[in-house]
Ligand binder design. Structure first.
Ligand code: FAD
Length: 517
C-alpha cells in the first residue's frame, strides 16, 4: 500500500499554537488514562486499527483507543484530558466507521474513540405526527433503515452508501439524491446529545442550546462528539422504480436536472453521472436494467462520446403501481434525453438504498475495496457549472475508468445557514464527486500519482477560473486554505471553537486547529 505518513509539522501555521516545555511523559499519560473508572476500557496494543481509513493514504498512530460503553466514558475521558490542560498534547478523535479519506478520524499520539462500541444499544422509534428515531452517534445508517422499516418508517435523507455512522455523516452534511427535496441529513435532525471539548454532556436542539446544535451539524467534529441523535422519519415505501436515461449534450442534461429539482411534482431521488470513453461500462449497467424499447436500445451506440446519465427514482407501494407509472410518464415527457436510452428497473426500497453495498461486496472479492481512494468532492455554483463541465469533462478527464463521477444539483434553501456546513452562494449548486480508486502498484493512468495530479488540475482550474467552488468533505493543510474555505464565516467558526473546545482537543485529523500546549 502506498501510505503517506503525514507528520505534525504540517500543522505549523495553524492557530492555537503556544509552545511550552512542560509536557507530561507518555507513560504517565497512559497510566492516568488507565486509572479512569469507566464502563468500557482503553486498549493500547491494537492502535494500528485506528490508524487507517477508507482513503487508505494517511496513517496517524494514536496512543490509545477508547471503547466506550456509555456516554459518561467519553465525557470522563475528555474531561480528564481537558483538566490536564496544556501539560499534555493529547487529542481525541471520534471514529465512526473510519470512512474518511485523509485521516480525519485519526489522532496522532492521541485517543481515538471507537464510536461503534456505543452502537447496538436499543434504538427508540417514536410514531405520531412527527415520527423520529433516537440513535447512538456510532450507529450505522443501514441499521437505522432496518430498524425503522420494522415500524413502517424510514429516515428522509440519505447518503449513497449506508455503512457510515450517524456522527460521521452529520459532521459533514450527508448528501444523496433525496437532498434536493429534504435537504442534507443535517437538515433532518431534531435533537443531539453532545460531549463538548470540556467533557460536558449537553442536549441541544433548535430551541435548547441552539448555537451548539448548529455548530456541531456540519462541524467536522470540531465542537463536540455526537453521542445521540434524534433523526426525522417518514412513512416508508415498499418499492422503488429506478430509471436511467442518457444525454450527449451537457446543457440539456443540466437543464433537465434543474427542472426536476425545482418542480413540485417530481421524482423522489435525482442524481446523475458522467461517462467518458466508457463503452464497456455502459453495457454493464444496462444489464441490470431493462430497456423501455429493446430494439431501439440495441441500436444505440455511444461512438466514444462523453455521455451524461440522469438517474431518477420514484418510491411506490405495490397497490399504487398504475398511478406511479402514469406520474412517471408525465415527468419523463418533460425531459429531452436520447429516447432510445431509457432503462428502468423495479427494486425493493432497501435494495435501492443499500445499492452501493453490492458494489462493495464485488470489489472486496477482487481485493479492490481496500485500495487508496483519492476522492475529490466539489460543490460548484449553477452559474459556473457549464465552464466547469467544458474544462473538466472536455479537457482534464480523458476517461472515467478510475471510478464513478457523480454530478447532481442541490438547493441551498434546503440547508440551514446556521449550521457549520459550507456551500456556494447560489440557490442551486452541483455536487460533483470524483470517486476514484487507485491501483496500488500502478504507475499508469489508474495509479495514485496520476489521479492526484488530475485532482490538482481540477482544483487549480476552479481557483484560477474563480468558480466560487467549495469542497465537500474538505481537506486542507494550511490555515490560509481553511480561512478561504469558510470565507466570511471563519471568525464565527473560530469563536465557536473557543467556546466549545477551547484547548482544541477534538478531531485533530481535520487539521484546522492545533491543540494548545
Ligand atoms: P469517520 O470517518 O469515522 O469520521 C469522520 C469525521 O467525523 C472525523 O473527523 C471524525 O472525528 C468525526 N466524527 C465521527 N463520529 C463522530 C461523532 N459521533 N461525533 C462527532 N464527530 C464525529 N457522504 C455523503 O454525504 N454522501 C454520500 O453519498 C457518501 N457516500 C460515501 C460512500 C462511501 C463508499 C464512502 C467511503 C464515503 C461516502 N461519503 C458520503 C462520505 C462520508 O459521509 C464521510 O466520509 C463520513 O465521514 C463517513 O462516516 P464515518 O462514520 O465513517 O466517519
Amino acid at each position: 500500500l502506498s501510505c503517506i505518513t503525514a507528520r505534525f509539522n504540517l500543522f505549523s501555521n495553524l492557530p492555537f499554537i503556544t509552545l511550552t516545555a512542560s509536557h507530561s511523559d507518555p507513560s504517565d499519560i497512559s497510566s492516568s488514562l488507565k486509572s479512569l473508572s469507566l464502563d468500557g476500557h482503553f486498549s493500547f496494543d491494537d492502535i494500528h486499527k485506528a490508524a487507517r481509513d477508507f482513503g487508505n493514504r494517511y496513517q496517524f498512530f494514536p496512543m490509545a483507543i477508547l471503547h466506550p460503553k456509555s456516554v459518561l466514558d467519553i465525557a470522563a475521558t475528555i474531561n480528564h484530558i481537558y483538566r490536564m490542560g496544556r501539560r499534555s498534547e493529547l487529542t481525541v478523535a471520534a471514529r465512526g466507521h473510519g470512512h474518511s479519506l485523509q485521516g480525519q478520524a485519526q489522532a496522532h499520539q492521541g485517543v481515538v474513540v471507537n464510536m461503534e462500541s456505543l452502537r447496538g444499544l436499543e434504538m427508540q422509534i417514536h410514531a405520531g405526527k412527527r415520527p423520529y428515531v433516537d440513535v447512538y452517534g456510532g450507529e450505522l445508517w443501514i441499521n437505522i433503515l432496518h430498524e425503522s422499516l420494522k415500524h413502517g418508517f424510514s429516515p428522509k435523507s440519505w447518503t449513497d452508501y449506508l455503512h457510515l455512522t450517524v456522527g460521521g455523516t452529520l459532521s459533514n452534511a450527508g448528501i444523496s439524491g433525496q437532498a434536493f427535496r429534504h435537504g442534507p441529513q443535517i437538515s433532518n435532525v431534531y435533537q443531539l446529545e453532545v460531549v463538548t471539548g470540556k467533557g460536558e454532556v449537553v442536549n441541544c436542539s433548535k430551541k435548547q442550546n441552539a448555537d451548539l446544535f448548529y455548530s456541531v451539524l456540519g462541524g467536522l467534529g470540531q465542537f463536540g462528539i455526537i453521542t445521540r441523535a434524534r433523526i426525522a422519519l417518514e412513512p416508508a415505501p415498499k418499492m422503488v422504480k429506478w430509471i436511467k436515461v442518457l444525454y450527449s449534450d451537457f446543457s440539456i442534461f443540466a437543464s433537465d436536472q434543474e427542472h426536476l429539482i425545482t418542480t413540485e411534482k417530481t421524482f423522489d431521488y435525482i442524481e446523475g453521472f458522467v461517462l467518458i470513453n466508457r463503452t464497456g461500462i455502459l453495457n454493464n449497467w444496462r444489464s441490470s436494467f431493462n430497456p423501455k424499447d429493446s430494439l431501439q436500445a440495441s441500436q444505440f451506440n455511444s461512438e466514444g462520446r462523453t455521455l451524461y446519465c440522469l438517474e431518477m427514482a420514484k418510491n411506490f407501494n405495490p397497490d399504487e403501481t398504475d398511478l406511479m407509472n402514469q406520474e412517471i410518464e408525465s415527468f419523463l415527457s418533460q425531459l429531452s434525453y436520447i429516447p432510445s436510452t431509457l432503462f428502468q428497473s423495479e427494486v425493493s426500497y432497501t435494495e435501492f438504498l443499500d445499492r452501493v453495498h453490492l458494489s462493495e461486496i464485488k470489489l472486496r472479492s477482487k481485493g479492490l475495496w481496500e485500495v487508496p481512494h483519492p476522492w475529490l468532492n466539489l460543490l460548484i455554483p449553477k452559474s459556473r457549472i457549464h465552464d466547469f463541465a467544458e474544462e473538466v469533462f472536455g479537457n482534464i478527464l480523458t476517461d472515467t475508468s478510475n471510478g464513478p463521477v457523480l454530478i447532481y444539483p442541490l438547493r441551498k434553501s434546503k440547508w440551514n445557514s446556521r449550521t457549520s456546513a459550507v456551500t456556494p452562494g447560489e440557490e442551486i449548486f452541483y455536487l460533483v464527486a470524483f470517486l476514484s480508486s487507485a491501483l496500488p502498484s500502478s504507475t499508469g493512468t489508474n495509479g495514485l500519482e496520476h489521479i492526484l495530479t488530475q485532482n490538482k488540475r481540477i482544483l487549480d482550474f476552479c481557483r484560477t477560473a474563480r468558480l466560487g467552488m467549495k469542497q465537500y468533505l474538505p481537506h486542507y493543510t494550511t490555515q490560509e486554505e481553511w480561512r478561504a474555505h469558510f470565507g466570511s464565516r471563519w471568525e464565527a467558526f473560530v469563536q465557536r471553537k473557543s467556546t466549545y473546545d477551547p484547548l482544541a482537543i477534538l478531531a485533530p485529523g481535520q487539521r484546522i486547529f492545533q491543540k494548545a500546549v
